[in-house]
Structure formats: C-alpha cells, structure tokens
Ligand binder design. Structure first.
Ligand code: NAD
Length: 296
C-alpha cells in the first residue's frame, strides 16, 4: 500500500496537488529546484527533501509535475537508480507523446514501472482536487495509482498503453484550440454583418455550433458572465499553455504524417499570439487579434 510519496516539481500545479495528498494523509516528500516553490510545498504540509534523489529514496510512489519532456527525462536519469526496484513513477507533466514513451522505456529499462498522467483543469482544479487525469500505461499500475489520482482529481480515465494519456490530452486540446478560433472568427464575422453577440450566442449555443469554447469560455463579453472576456481576458487558461499544447499536437501530427491543416494552423496562430499580447491573457483573447487583423 502506498503511504510515502515523492513529489518532484512544486510549481503552480504541483504545490496544490501535493497539498491535497497531504490532506488525504499521505506522507509527501517534496523537491523543487527553486527554493520558493519548495517552500510552497512545505507550507502545504510536505516534508522538504534536499534533493530529488533524497525525496525518492524509500518512497512507495513517485509523482513528477515539470514543465517539459526534457525536464522529465533529465530528472528520471538522476533518480531511477535511487528508488526501490519496481517503484511506480507517475509523470503528470504535459509532454510530447514521443518523450512520454521514452520516459516509460527509460523507467522500465531500470526495473521501475511508469504511468503518463497529464491533467486538465488548471490551477483552480489542482487546488480544488477536481482535475481530470488522462492516464497511459498498464492496468495494474493504473489501479495502484488510482487512489492518489482520485484525491487530486474528480475524473480519471485510463486511455491505453504508454503515451496514451499524453495523446488524449493533445487531441482534446487540438479540438479546443481550433474551436476557439472558429468561435472567435464567427463573432468577428457577426460584428461585420451587424449581428449582435447575444443573438449569435442564443442561436449557436443551442444549435449545432455549440461547444465549450462558445458556451463556457465565450470569447466576447456579455453572453457568459463568468467567461474571461468579462474580466479583460485574465486567465483562465493562459494563451502560452494553449500554444504549448498545440505545439505538442503539431509535433505528433508531423511525426505521424497526419493531414491536420486546422490543427497546424491553430498552433501557428497561438504561437504568435502567445509571444505577443497573449503572453498574460486567456486563450480566448485571440478574438481581439482576429478583429484587429480584420481592420476593425
Ligand atoms: P511551473 O513552471 O509553475 O512548475 C514547474 C516546476 O518544476 C517549477 O517549480 C520548476 O522549478 C520545477 N522543476 C523543473 N525542473 C525540475 C527538476 N529537474 N527537479 C525539480 N523541480 C524541477 O509549471 P505548472 O504550471 O505547474 O505546470 C506543470 C506542468 O503541468 C506543465 O507540463 C504544464 O504544461 C502542465 N499543465 C499546467 C496547467 C496550468 O494551468 N498551469 C494545466 C494543465 C497542465
């Protein structure tokens, strides 16, 4: 039975996730390269480890929540030798599908077991323990991690073999990125046709144009009071995170020789937006770029 968890990466997501494990009475040994982040974990009730190797030594299960695939591969190189043989490593970072498969192979090659378990739900979901986990790896490993994932999330889906969690995440977010651009273009077209935002919303949100980008995260102020458009596009789901996920989707599209013109175009558009004014905005703020590009 899992009681001691090593948690590596106490950033925006990792710290509140670790806090929920502490609340559920797991012993959490935390490590982050940045002292302030480690401090956030300690405030949440985790024990600070002096290094990732120290955190992992003697732990029953290892969770990582890092920025990108290179960080995860680098971390695993350092810590795999320190864990007990057969320890389960659960990587919750959002990384390339190819990197995730390399992470599995690396861990298994050193006698460990592994799951990729990226999340959606953002910092709000991490704090509330309502994340969605998308999990790739073996069934036994999934069953072993499930009680912990249930503490940090409200929905946990076993998507298939190694890399399938990351695959599900980038496919979902490719739908989201493309649909946000589609909804935003439709609002700008409506403006040029003299059709009100509310009228388009009332029709499309109950007709075949209905989607999350419209009915929950509506990119124009008014129709959905809680959407970021009503607070000057403060995130929410930041444009740089959308750009990152679409970049991972684009890598997989190219690697697989898949014909996905809209996904690739959405990746380009979000990359440009996130590098510019979108750096601190919710991803729905791309509607303002589309409006300006239309000369409005
Ligand atoms: P973050 O940058 O706030 O946190 C990452 C942490 O990892 C940092 O504190 C960093 O110091 C630490 N770190 C990096 N390399 C390390 C190493 N080798 N050892 C120890 N610590 C190390 O990022 P975040 O917002 O918490 O996101 C983490 C992951 O979750 C990313 O892959 C991101 O794409 C994904 N994600 C984020 C959100 C969100 O809303 N922020 C939502 C869903 C998924």
């Amino acid at each position: 039975k899992v009681s001691t968890v090593a948690f590596i990466g106490l950033g925006h997501m990792g710290a509140p996730m670790a806090a929920n494990l502490v609340r559920a009475e797991y012993t959490v040994r935390a490590f982050d390269l940045v002292p302030a982040a480690l401090e956030a974990g300690v405030t949440a009730g985790a024990e600070a480890a002096a290094s990732a190797v120290e955190a992992v030594t003697g732990a029953d299960l290892v969770i990582s929540m890092l920025p990108a695939g290179r960080h995860v591969l680098g971390l695993y190189e350092d810590i795999l030798g320190a864990a007990r043989p057969g320890t389960l490593f659960v990587d919750c970072s959002t990384i390339d599908v190819a990197d995730a498969r390399a992470v599995h192979a690396l861990a298994e090659g050193r006698g460990m077991r592994c799951l990729d378990a990226p999340v959606s739900g953002g910092v709000v979901g991490a704090e509330a323990g309502t994340l969605t986990f998308m999990v790739g790896g073996g069934g036994e490993e999934f069953a072993e991690a499930l009680p912990l994932l249930d503490v940090m999330g409200k929905k946990v889906v076993h998507c298939g073999a190694a890399g399938s969690g990351q695959a599900a995440k980038i496919c979902n977010n490719m739908i989201l990125g493309v649909s946000m651009i589609a909804v935003s273009e439709a609002f700008v077209l409506a403006e040029s046709l003299g059709l009100s935002h509310q009228a388009l919303y009332d029709v499309a949100s109950t007709a075949s144009g209905q989607c999350w980008a419209l009915s929950v995260n509506c990119p124009v102020p008014g129709p959905v009071p809680a959407s970021p458009a009503n607070r000057d596009y403060r995130p929410g789901f930041g444009a740089p995170l959308m750009a990152k996920d679409l970049g991972l989707a684009a890598n997989a599209v190219r690697a697989g020789g898949v014909h996905a013109e809209l996904g690739l175009r959405a990746a380009e558009m979000y990359a440009a937006y996130a590098e510019g004014r979108g750096a601190d905005e919710d991803f729905s703020g791309i509607v303002r770029v589309l409006r300006e590009d239309s000369g409005k």
